[in-house]
Design a protein around this ligand. Structure first.
Ligand code: AMP
Length: 136
């Protein structure tokens, strides 16, 4: 089995936008969703973040929380206000989705982390007992 799973293969090509630049708005599917130019099942949004259901859910609740502005991954996240807004957005999603028994908050970074979309996103996974392995 490939390390990132067949349903979610890594693209193996990450275009780094560089500080201040935004290749994202031209080519990034999550930028298009944030701009309202691509469809998404939005569950929460505010002025900094957007949360929408994952196309290929891996748990009964699987929502992605993204910053509206393009950031390649958590490794490029420099603005503490955006970091706080992402965590707050994830918590809001958990409340809205009724994840009172808990949930998992995951962000994958680049190739070894199995990141397949090069726009920072947190996965909010829950709605059932999840497995115990972090790296599985
Ligand atoms: P990752 O592999 O951590 O980069 O996660 C990317 C996630 O984005 C995967 O779980 C995909 O199923 C999901 N995804 C990709 N395109 C879309 C889309 N257009 N709408 C919703 N989810 C998407």
């Amino acid at each position: 089995m490939p390390p990132c799973g067949e349903s979610n293969p890594p693209t193996g090509r990450f275009v780094r936008a560089g500080r201040g630049a935004s290749l994202g708005s031209m080519s990034c599917i999550f930028c298009k969703i944030a701009a309202g130019e691509a469809p998404a099942d939005v569950v929460y949004q505010d002025d900094r973040v957007l949360a929408f259901r994952d196309l290929a859910p891996q748990a009964p609740v699987h929502v992605l929380v993204i910053p509206r502005e393009h950031v390649d991954s958590a490794d490029e996240l420099e603005d503490p206000d955006v970091a706080a807004a992402l965590l707050s957005g994830a918590r809001k999603v958990a409340q809205l989705e009724g994840l009172t028994a808990g949930y998992r908050l995951v962000t994958n970074v680049r190739t070894h982390g199995c990141q397949s979309v090069g726009h920072l996103h947190f996965h909010v996974l829950g709605g059932a007992q999840l497995g115990g392995s972090l790296a599985g």
